[in-house]
Write a protein that binds this ligand. Structure first.
Ligand SMILES: C[S@@+](CC[C@H](N)C(=O)[O-])C[C@H]1O[C@@H](n2cnc3c(N)ncnc32)[C@H](O)[C@@H]1O
Length: 764
């Protein structure tokens, strides 16, 4: 196909026009792309060779041909060195055309004027072929902006400008323009006076104001909101009466609202005159916009005026009651969690309309890790610390709507690979920031390690958000949390009867690949500790954080970014936070790190042996129950902890004791089960008084936790086993055990309102 690869700048070695690979050819793909990268390194600074438009379009079509199987493929794209978005106004930039572009160069002080000659391929990144005014073609690849409404109008034959274009390898390995920052690409309105005559085609821009209005309204009805905004803006350029201006702005605000540009919509709806036409509709739109901007007080105020003036407006009164609920949630943390769970379940929605409540916590400098969250008051175990809407979120549903398989990766530093969930989360964050530039201040304050952004402002000269996507990437990396779509569902799945006695471990790779994940601004100030004192859980994109022990005022609130699954691996072998540049140094991790490696290997071996012993003897019933044998193995396991602090959790011991607890419980041995359930608590560092653990024990109660230990979802079942045993043998303790079960469920799942129904469903 290639006639003269050296002249064209395309590589003769690469003929498959591929950036999508089957997952099992991932390594080959990486090698392949790295070879192309290496080969073009020497061309840096040289003018790019010419590729005919036909050849580029043929390659583009071949590249797209596999769309129907892309759901099974990974996409590899080339990584680049971070650079900041262009901050210069257009007036300070000089025009450049494709023939003057050079390899691996950012053309500072320049802009290029292009129009698309293919549609946008949106499977992974956004990719298309464009031409300049001399009809020379070049591929263009947009990163970090898959679903940006600002680019909604970008379609075949759309004109656009790229500020300070960066020319590097793009797509399947062709030289092209890559755009990493949304603000570096500006769509040019088809009505722009500077648009080349030959690119204007049939557009008629000599319309009257009414014609502009008419076209805008038709475009709006057809769902072409970006174009509708353009036409309303055109109409607003004419001399109009104040009332007509307001009406026109109201219509434009509706189109902006549909694009998700709430801040701009709100600006168009400021100072509505009560005597304007469609005042009620405009005021409603304003209230709705404020609501979507999470400004619930302002929204309630607008709705109160509306309801007073138009008492029969049912939509407004419904909206007012919703706004008032949000205000109560925001101020007092009063949520109807049952309603939230039901809504999420019934409508399978993950982006929930609830307000953020910040409880008795605040951000303060932390001793070792920059800033952290601290308690402002004494807090009781189970208290609500935070209930927060995500700043950006990427759900399982979003992932299945994408055509690409989970393994989409960026990274051609020849070694790194970024999983789909993270790439998409960056896209989501960029989108949210572009839509809500007022969030930029808070965003810039989020932890981003040593990355320095020198941007002088958060806005471009024409008022758009100036988002540095490399900074977004850093913020994502350090602040993202992998979540469950519903922690309650995960809890039910993990504790369902019939699950194996031992949890299956999933690889870090698998976990890192998978959505859902998100960024929660306030929660992101919490530092990690395996010995946490707070737990976060999820209902859709709502993060709920509760205390998991009694916490005195002024204490740092620590959560677990990831659960530590084992206690036989040192940080040098198992560090899930390597990409965040830290390893946990809590007392548990330090104790494991300072344990002799031979002891840890013994711990692992005995644990594995005990697991299979239990499976064979108790589950498969293939051997005799040799209690002595079991006790011997257990004491060998316990001996591996002899040098560590007894208050520290002993994860391997817990695992075995919990398995046996379940076997006794299911085997109709309530006292044995209850005794072991109590030992499970001890293994996790709890001290409980007043419990009965043997059949002949007389003295008991009140049942109390004297020292809080490490929280684990399996402890809910331990409390329920105790409660069942006490129902028969010590009824005065049953209630307290049930209450603890409910408290532990609340700390794990985030709420207690579904406790009973969950227990019923799971026959717990
Ligand atoms: C979500 S931020 C937490 C807030 C952050 N400390 C700040 O100053 O804004 C996560 C980052 O904090 C640091 N961090 C959190 N927990 C840590 C720990 N236990 N030890 C060391 N660094 C930690 C890491 O750099 C991590 O990437």
């Amino acid at each position: 196909m290639r006639t003269n690869p050296t002249n064209t700048g395309l590589l003769s070695t690469f003929e498959s026009y591929q950036s999508f690979f089957p997952l099992d050819h991932f390594t080959d793909g990486m090698t392949h792309m790295a070879e192309i990268l290496n080969a073009v390194q020497a061309l840096t600074g040289k003018p790019i060779g010419e590729v005919s438009m036909k050849e580029l379009i043929d390659c583009y079509v071949m590249h797209n041909a596999s769309s129907n199987i892309k759901g099974k493929l990974v996409q590899l794209t080339f990584e680049t060195t971070p650079y900041e978005p262009c901050t210069k106004p257009m007036s300070l930039l000089a025009k450049i055309t494709i023939s003057k572009l050079c390899y691996n160069t950012r053309h500072e002080g320049k802009y290029i004027f292009l129009r698309l000659i293919t549609s946008l391929e949106k499977t992974g990144t956004v990719f298309a072929i464009a031409e300049d005014e001399h009809q020379r073609a070049i591929p263009v690849q947009l990163f970090n902006q898959t679903s940006l409404p600002g680019n909604e109008g970008l379609e075949i034959y759309s004109a656009f400008v790229v500020k300070e274009p960066l020319v590097e390898l793009v797509g399947w390995g062709e030289v092209g323009i890559r755009v990493d920052h949304a603000s570096d690409l500006k769509c040019i309105s088809r009505y722009n006076e500077d648009l080349l005559v030959m690119w204007k085609k049939s557009t008629n821009d000599n319309r009257t104001v009414d014609q502009w209005k008419g076209v805008a309204s038709e475009l709006y009805k057809s769902g072409l909101y970006a174009q509708a905004v353009e036409c309303y803006s055109k109409a607003l350029e004419y001399p109009l009466t104040p009332e007509s201006i307001q009406t026109m702005k109201y219509h434009r605000a509706q189109a902006l609202y549909k694009l998700g540009k709430f801040e701009k919509a709100e600006m168009d709806l400021a100072n509505l005159a009560p005597d304007m036409k469609s005042y009620d509709a405009a005021l409603y739109r304003k209230a709705r916009t404020l609501y979507d901007l999470r400004r619930y007080r302002d929204s309630s105020q607008a709705l109160t005026i509306l309801c007073k003036k138009f008492p029969k407006n049912l939509q407004a009164s419904r909206m007012l009651s919703e706004s008032i609920k949000r205000c109560l949630e925001e101020k007092r943390g009063m949520y109807s969690f049952r309603e939230i769970q039901n809504k999420a379940l019934a409508r399978k929605i993950v982006r929930l309309e609830y307000a953020t409540y910040i409880g008795p916590i605040e951000v303060r400098p932390a001793s070792v890790t920059g800033r952290g969250l601290f308690s402002t008051h004494d807090i009781k175990a189970g208290d609500l610390l935070l209930c927060e809407k995500a700043m950006a979120y990427f759900s399982e549903q979003d992932a299945s709507n994408r055509m690409i398989c989970r393994g989409y990766r960026v990274g051609m530093d020849r070694a790194t690979a970024m999983p789909l969930a993270r790439v998409e989360l960056v896209n989501e964050m960029v989108r949210e920031l572009c839509l809500k530039p007022s969030w930029m201040g808070n965003f810039m304050n989020m932890y981003h390690d040593t990355y320095k952004s020198t941007l002088p402002s958060f806005r471009t000269d024409d008022g758009e958000a100036l988002v540095d996507s490399f900074l977004v990437h850093k913020v994502m990396l350090h602040n993202m949390l992998h979540s469950d779509t519903s922690t309650r569902d995960s809890y039910m799945r993990r504790s369902a009867p019939g699950q194996g006695l031992f949890e299956e471990e999933r690889s870090d790779f698998e976990v890192a690949q998978e959505p859902p994940c998100g960024v929660w601004r306030m929660a992101s100030f919490a530092n990690h500790s395996c010995l946490h004192n707070a737990q976060h859980s999820f209902i859709g994109d709502l993060l709920i954080m509760r205390a998991t022990k009694d916490i005195p005022a002024g204490t740092e609130i620590l959560i677990r970014y990831r659960e530590r699954a084992t206690d036989f691996l040192k940080a040098s072998t198992w560090n899930p936070f390597e990409d965040r540049g830290f390893s946990c140094t809590c007392d548990l991790c330090s104790s494991i790190d300072s344990t002799d490696e031979r002891v840890l290997r013994l711990r692992e071996a005995v644990l594995v042996d005990l697991r299979s012993f239990i499976e064979i003897v108790f589950v498969e019933r293939q051997g005799k129950v040799e209690v002595r044998d079991l006790m011997l193995k257990l004491s060998t396991l316990l001996a591996t902890y002899k040098d560590s602090d007894p208050s520290l959790p002993r994860l391997s011991v817990f695992e075995i004791k919990y398995a046996i607890t379940q076997i006794f419980d299911e085997g109709g041995l309530p006292y044995n089960a209850a005794g072991l359930a109590l030992e499970c608590f001890t293994s996790f560092g709890y001290i409980i008084t007043g419990a009965i653990s043997t059949e002949n024990q007389l003295d008991s109660g009140p049942l109390l936790i004297r020292r809080w230990g490490m929280l684990d979802y399996r402890l809910v079942k331990c409390w329920l086993i105790l409660a069942r045993c006490y129902r028969l043998k010590a009824p005065h303790l049953e209630r307290a055990a049930r209450e603890y079960a409910m408290l532990f469920y609340k700390m794990i799942v985030g709420e207690e309102q579904t406790f009973r129904s969950t227990c019923r469903k799971m026959r717990l």
